[in-house]
Design a protein around this ligand. Structure first.
Ligand code: BT5
Length: 266
């Protein structure tokens, strides 16, 4: 690995735009901000001003958001930080939005990089190790009136000392082949657009194929888990399946099935 390749510099918007144009995915607007609070918040503001489908990218967020009011932390120019807005339609299975987005992000990253990615329910991109997992990306899907905003945060070139937890990693730390940040961002934007348009024009969203792809890539299914619900209550058991609405079904110690729509799985 050539260390120089991973050195930090501001995103070159023209490279992203040219690459997205070549992919002909019909993306009209890409907004680049050298820094901002949260790209998802910028997207909310743009929707409120009447914009419909667009991408927001940045090099640094001072108030990056995770789920359930948590924080997404990333040092400047170290990450892929993107928000994409799409119009929802009547067939969208809302419980699957996070899972759909994680599946597409995984697909794109595995086409770009030479390491294996699994998906921790509902929204984490992780690398499985023999007895644990390391998180390097997450999705925050937010519904705003008739739109969904997919916030994508992926650790790209962080070193160990910059990572927020002992169970985090980055693409670079996986000894991945080098692909410039702009090209990975462009590929994510193009493919999210391409597959959103394809998948929302079927008679079911997500298509059965996406559901199968998510399940096959799942780190969680089949494992013994402890789920912490937003209320603080804990459920222990085996993650046995996904419900039609994307919820996680856990067989608890009493043998009963508990269906979980939001929570943290460990
Ligand atoms: C997520 O939340 O994983 C969704 C993260 C989405 C971030 C993107 S960046 C672009 C867009 N704009 C935003 O403002 N947000 C989106 P959650 O599952 O709640 O995970 C958050 C938890 O992950 C935190 O509480 C930390 O423990 C951990 N964490 C924070 N930053 C991390 C990082 N860079 N790498 C790995 N883990 C991290």
């Amino acid at each position: 690995m050539d260390q120089q390749e991973w050195e930090r510099s501001p995103l070159r918007l023209n490279l992203i735009e040219d690459s997205v144009k070549r992919a002909q995915a019909g993306v009209s607007k890409i907004i680049y901000l050298p820094q901002t609070g949260s790209t998802n918040q910028v997207a909310v503001d743009l929707l409120a001003e009447g914009n419909s489908e667009f991408a927001v990218v940045t090099d640094f967020q001072s108030a990056g958001k995770g789920r359930l009011n948590r924080i997404w932390e990333a040092s400047p120019e170290s990450s892929l930080l993107i928000s994409l807005a799409f119009k929802l339609n009547a067939i969208t299975n809302l419980g699957w939005l996070n899972l759909w987005a994680a599946t597409i992000a995984r697909r794109v990253l595995m086409e770009n990089f030479n390491f294996d990615i699994t998906l921790k329910w509902p929204n984490d991109l992780v690398v499985a190790t023999p007895d644990a997992f390391l998180k390097f990306g997450g999705i925050l899907s937010e519904i705003h009136k008739e739109h969904v905003i997919f916030g994508i945060g992926i650790n790209y070139s962080q070193d160990h000392s910059e990572l927020p937890t002992s169970i985090s990693t980055s693409i670079k730390l996986q000894n991945a082949n080098f692909v410039a940040r702009e090209f990975v961002i462009a590929d994510l934007i193009s493919n999210f657009h391409k597959f959103w348009n394809l998948d929302t024009n079927c008679n079911q969203f997500p298509a059965k194929a996406i559901m199968r792809e998510y399940q096959a890539a799942s780190y969680t299914l089949g494992r013994r888990v402890v789920v912490t619900l937003p209320s603080g209550k804990e459920i222990s058991g085996i993650a046995v399946a996904l419900a039609e609405n994307g919820a996680l079904m856990v067989r608890n110690e009493k043998g009963e099935i508990e269906t979980i729509t939001a929570g943290d799985v460990n």
